[in-house]
Design a protein around this ligand. Structure first.
Ligand code: MN3
Length: 227
């Protein structure tokens, strides 16, 4: 049984860029529904006990669209929550170097990402990925994701389904993307993903617990300070 992972921050932690209302609907209703349906369909398909990553890939291989759509959406949203943080920041270290190399500058990257997301027709996701030829920005339709694309490793994703921004931005998807990149994108998480793509540290895995890089701003006793 897959569990709905808790958000790695409080519901109101990303305000005003993303409201508590949006996160409540998005996490508690949309994401939960994908997880619940995945549990039912994965059981029907004889895939209980497998990792969610395995279930996504196996459903894709079998052409089981209902299972793929729900399992991939369960995974994409869990990844997406980690791609946001209340800690405003900028890419550093190897990520900054890789962005400069691929796009010319951080500003040029933000333009490329926002343009891809704004231009994506219908529902989907806009990703910063790394592959054999360096970093690039791609978008995927509906539930489609990087788990079923050989050679691509995801660093950051933004949900561009209307439910991700409509309550806060109505139809202004470009405005949402601009603010998302400037105020709540989690560069520490993207840096950790880039390191993991090079064999340094663990990349994101569903159910492995919230990334320590995403914990900033979460109140309560879950995150242990490191000595
Ligand atoms: Mn969504």
């Amino acid at each position: 049984m897959f569990e709905l992972p808790p958000l790695p921050y409080d519901y109101d932690a990303l305000e005003p860029a993303m409201s508590a209302d949006t996160l409540r609907f998005h996490h508690d209703k949309h994401h939960k529904a994908y997880v619940d349906k995945t549990n039912k369909l994965a059981g029907d398909a004889g895939l209980e006990g497998r990792s969610l990553e395995d279930v996504v890939r196996e459903a894709h291989k079998r052409g089981d669209k209902a299972l793929f759509n729900n399992a991939a959406q369960a995974w994409n949203h869990a990844f997406f929550w980690n791609c946001m943080t209340p800690e405003k920041g900028q890419p550093g270290g190897a990520l900054k170097e890789a962005i400069d190399k691929a796009f010319g500058s951080f500003d040029a990257f933000k333009t490329a990402f926002a343009t891809e997301g704004a231009g994506h027709f219908g529902s989907g996701w806009v990703w910063l990925v790394t592959g054999s030829d360096g970093l690039k920005v791609i978008s995927t339709h509906d539930a489609d994701d990087t788990l079923v694309r050989d050679g691509l490793f995801p660093l950051l994703v933004c949900d561009v389904w209307e439910h991700a921004y409509y309550l806060d931005y109505q139809n202004d998807r470009p405005g949402f993307l601009k603010r998302w990149l400037e105020e709540i994108a989690n560069w520490r998480f993207a840096e950790a993903q880039l390191a993991a793509s090079e064999g340094k540290g663990d990349g994101f895995r569903y159910g492995a617990g919230a990334s320590s890089h995403a914990q900033a701003g979460k109140t309560g006793s879950e995150s242990q300070p490191t000595a």
